[in-house]
Design a protein around this ligand. Structure first.
Ligand SMILES: [Mg+2]
Length: 228
């Protein structure tokens, strides 16, 4: 807890799956949005095949897009916009993280997400978090030149550069272990949000600390700071 309690100068939060928990219905919806986006961008396969491709790509690469880039030559700039247009926020009722949590966060924070700004701000408004989230503290995939966190430390470096922050004073908070591995190599403290799923820290040396959710992390942080 020491790095969290004493040394941190920046909390960098992932958004989807980290601020709110994915439901099974929402996971299905994301894969269906994948299939609809592929159709709209001209991939002429049956819908069920597009679903299977998206699922396999998500498991193998951490993004449903990879297969459509590799097999069909789709461009991330096109994909990113169309896919998010197909996503509906109604399957997620609320965020675990509240405006009060963010307002009371003792460390400056920012968001670094694989989603686009359109989706992130739509959800922040729905959750009542937009008023406490400065626009220049939100980094969407298009803000980091479409570089993914799981394959490169480039998005982390771009955010640190723009915020004038140091990797060894930054805590990355994520629901994806894959995304944390690059943050860890860059020297960040890594926090995995389990969302209640079983997790074996011995298998994941890239994870420094893990909590059920962000509010639990913030409570533990507060307690650690109080006891010095
Ligand atoms: Mg996530």
């Amino acid at each position: 807890m020491k790095a969290l309690a004493q040394d941190a100068e920046l909390f960098l939060f992932d958004f989807d799956g980290t601020f709110y928990r994915f439901t099974e219905a929402f996971e299905r919806h994301c894969i269906e949005a994948t299939a609809r986006a592929a159709q709209r961008l001209g991939v002429s396969l049956p819908f069920s095949e597009l679903i299977t491709l998206g699922q396999e790509s998500h498991i193998k690469h951490g993004t449903s897009f990879a297969v459509f880039r590799d097999r069909f030559g789709l461009k991330i700039e096109d994909w990113h916009e169309v896919y998010h247009q197909e996503l509906e926020p109604h399957l997620i009722e609320s965020s675990q993280v509240t405006a009060a949590h963010l307002a009371a966060c003792p460390v400056p924070w920012a968001l670094l997400s694989h989603s686009n700004r359109y989706w992130i701000f739509k959800m922040l408004r729905k959750f009542g978090l937009d008023a406490v989230t400065p626009e220049d503290r939100v980094f969407a995939l298009e803000d980091v030149r479409y570089h993914y966190k799981m394959t490169s430390d480039s998005p982390y470096r771009q955010v640190l550069d723009r915020l004038g922050a140091r990797a060894d004073r930054t805590v990355m908070v994520e629901d994806s272990v894959r995304n944390l591995s690059t943050a860890k190599k860059l020297g960040m403290t890594t926090v995995y949000v389990t969302q209640g799923y079983s997790f074996d820290p011995v298998q994941h040396p890239e994870v420094d600390l893990y909590f059920d959710d962000v509010p639990t992390m913030l409570e533990r942080l507060k307690a650690a700071r109080a006891t010095g």
